[in-house]
Design a protein around this ligand. Structure first.
Ligand code: SF4
Length: 77
């Protein structure tokens, strides 16, 4: 009997942003706005995968889906 192997990887949670808020508020949603971001290497200094939360990727995602992948560990000074 085959056993199903459960993956420990979770999919990204995408949250909607109302278009008016996106256009008129300075919504913080990208690594480039975060205290933990190392801009030279484009990496996260606390070890998370920055790829999904980089500004360029977030903007592309928003334009396709109306949602962004907020990082739960994003911090601003
Ligand atoms: S904590 Fe999250 S938002 Fe901040 S740099 Fe790391 S991955 Fe990006």
């Amino acid at each position: 009997m085959k056993q199903k192997i459960l993956s420990s990887r979770r999919s990204l949670i995408l949250d909607p942003i109302h278009p008016t808020d996106y256009l008129h508020l300075n919504v913080t949603f990208a690594c480039e706005q975060c205290s933990h971001f190392a801009p030279e290497e484009k990496t996260c200094t606390i070890g998370y995968q920055a790829h999904h939360h980089l500004m360029n990727n977030q903007v592309k995602l928003y334009e396709r889906t109306g949602r962004v992948a907020f990082c739960r560990f994003l911090e601003i000074d």
